[in-house]
Ligand binder design. Structure first.
Ligand code: GLC
Ligand code: CA
Length: 560
């Protein structure tokens, strides 16, 4: 395997709107991020991925871009952005922007020009179809609910949007559009970006000609997945993008790839893949239902383990997945993956170690390093997330009572991860001196960065140790490149794996509140991490306390 500069890095996702507000308007901003770079450097992260901060009407919180060449004034200026890139560089960090090119905003100049002249150049940047009374061009259901077709203002046509109606899909079949995208990407890369996180990319390839599929709900519409399953040939677009942009700049690229087809992993992230890496969403999507959030099933510790191990088996040494427990699109990892009632510092540290030491590139989402938790929804009026608002309606239509519907969306709402970062126990968690755009989780008095950075026993300090361990020259080669081999795979509520190499490490997590015993296959040499003060061992048999996690360096003899 060819070594790449990103293989041994640790990445951190910033959701700019909720990270740190420097000017008291209640909205996080780029100067705010700059002022927290020392915090991030101290934690040990190398790559910063910024969710979108381009000019945008914020219909989908910035994932609807109206100008790819400018920064939204709410987030700052282009000078701020340049300063962020430079200040990050001084600290040996690189910045990734979010590349949102399946769609733009309906307020983008391209879309306005398409409305003025749908048969002209810009009409071909989108998917437009003649409007027919009482009939839609296709029956696809948008990800955010309702049909994917809306009237193109001032014309007799309709346009396609697989997400919100303010996010018209760009027509990737048009070479001119693709040129525009590559030009913009190179413009950013020339500024000194480290690369991109690539949004919703699987959607850029539509099955042509566009047509309807079997309806899958009462609304007569069908999930976009029906179309995606049929679409082939995305590789032509993605390899062109790679050759024209990333490759020339040795840039890092991480794809938000759902629904790749069986056997396609090497094409995406193999030696000559389209991307450097892609997120592992196996555990994220576990239990999801085509019917909607209300019909989702919970994930148990054994399910979580199986999701991680099956992804690891699938990727093997093909390439590098990017491992997450959360991002801006769902609940907090600790609230999702730790059984109800058991969320505490100890279990949060266990989950941290189990996910962080998997083979791949670890991504930490802002506040994850503090063990930030979900903020339960009380009333639908408080919900900002357009996806959660739609799912609330879906649940009501399925016959749930309003209380049940609230409960159903509460566990999944994207607002859970979007509440402001908890910096201190001061007003508004120290996030802003104004009124935060989204309520702060009231648990900030107990969970905040100021307290945790001072406390050697905090979740934050544990993450810092994990990062330091990954970077420790004695273990780095194993943690970055060593093969992963599950141990005691069938044991209930126990997740354990080897990371093989010289030395071999054994990671063991007791994923329950009751103690449990394990008998080590071979002797260990060192305890590299332990979220308990003690290690109860008797002749090779360890009694793990509830939610205890251990990282052991095994005797060399194991490998002889
Ligand atoms: C991705 C983003 C999500 C956004 C969607 C549309 O899934 O992560 O936040 O709503 O794409 O751009
Ligand atoms: Ca601000």
């Amino acid at each position: 395997m060819n070594k790449k500069w990103w293989h041994d890095k640790v990445a951190y996702q910033i959701y700019p709107k909720s990270f740190y507000d420097s000017n008291g308007d209640g909205i996080g901003d780029i100067p705010g991020i700059i002022s927290k770079l020392d915090y991030l450097q101290d934690l040990g992260v190398d790559i910063l991925w910024l969710s979108p901060c381009y000019q945008s009407p914020l219909a989908d919180q910035g994932y609807d871009i109206s100008d790819y060449y400018s920064i939204d004034p709410r987030f700052g200026t282009m000078e701020d952005m340049d300063r962020l890139i430079a200040e990050a560089k001084k600290r040996d960090m690189v910045v990734l922007m979010d590349l949102v090119v399946n769609h733009c905003s309906d307020e983008h100049e391209w879309f306005r020009k398409a409305c003025e002249d749908p048969d002209g150049t810009y009409g071909q940047y989108f998917y437009l179809r003649d409007k027919k009374e009482g009939e839609l061009p296709t029956n696809w259901r948008s990800y955010f609910g309702g049909p994917v077709w809306d009237d193109l203002p001032g014309t007799s046509k309709q346009y396609l949007h697989v997400f919100h109606k303010k996010q018209p899909d760009l027509n990737w079949e048009n070479p001119k559009l693709r040129e525009e995208v590559y030009q913009n990407m190179n413009w950013w890369l020339e500024k000194g970006l480290g690369g991109f996180r690539i949004d919703a990319i699987i959607n850029i390839k539509k099955a042509l000609p566009l047509h309807s599929y079997e309806p899958d709900r009462e609304d007569g519409l069908c999930s976009i997945h029906a179309m995606l399953e049929e679409a082939t040939g995305i590789g032509e677009f993605l390899s062109e993008m790679r050759d024209r942009t990333f490759r020339k700049h040795d840039a890092f690229s991480v794809g938000e790839v759902f629904n790749e087809k069986p056997g396609e992993l090497p094409d995406f992230i193999g030696e000559n893949g389209y991307f450097s890496s892609m997120f592992d969403f196996n555990a994220t999507i576990f239990g999801h239902s085509e019917k909607g959030w209300y019909d989702a099933s919970p994930i148990t510790p054994d399910d979580y383990k199986n999701c991680c191990f099956s992804s690891q088996a699938k990727v093997g040494e093909i390439g590098f997945l990017s491992n997450i427990i959360e991002n801006h699109d769902g609940p907090r990892g600790v609230s999702r993956y730790i059984p109800e009632g058991d969320c505490c510092n100890k279990s949060k540290k266990m989950l941290a170690a189990l996910s962080f030491l998997l083979r791949g590139i670890p991504f930490i989402y802002q506040g994850q390093e503090l063990g930030m938790e979900n903020l339960p929804v009380v009333s639908i009026d408080e919900v900002d997330d357009i996806s959660a608002r739609n799912e609330y309606q879906v649940a009501l239509e399925a016959g749930l009572s309003p209380e049940e519907a609230i409960k159903a969306i509460s566990a999944h709402s994207r607002d859970n991860a979007r509440t402001p970062m908890q910096w201190s126990d001061e007003a508004n968690a120290g996030f802003t001196t104004g009124t935060p755009w989204l309520p702060v989780n009231p648990n900030y008095t107990a969970i905040n960065a100021a307290a945790q950075t001072e406390d050697a026993d905090s979740v934050y300090s544990f993450y810092k140790e994990l990062i330091a361990l990954r970077k420790n020259p004695a273990y780095k080669e194993t943690i970055v490149y060593g093969a992963l081999e599950p141990v005691w795979r069938e044991r209930h509520n126990l997740m354990a794996y080897y990371r093989k190499g010289a030395p071999t490490l054994l990671v063991i997590g007791n994923y329950q509140k009751e103690p449990q015993e394990v008998t080590l296959p071979t002797a260990y040499k060192n305890v590299l991490l332990n979220n308990e003060k003690e290690l109860a061992e008797n002749n090779g048999t360890i009694t793990l306390q509830g939610y205890q996690v251990l990282v052991l360096e095994m005797e060399d003899s194991y490998y002889e």
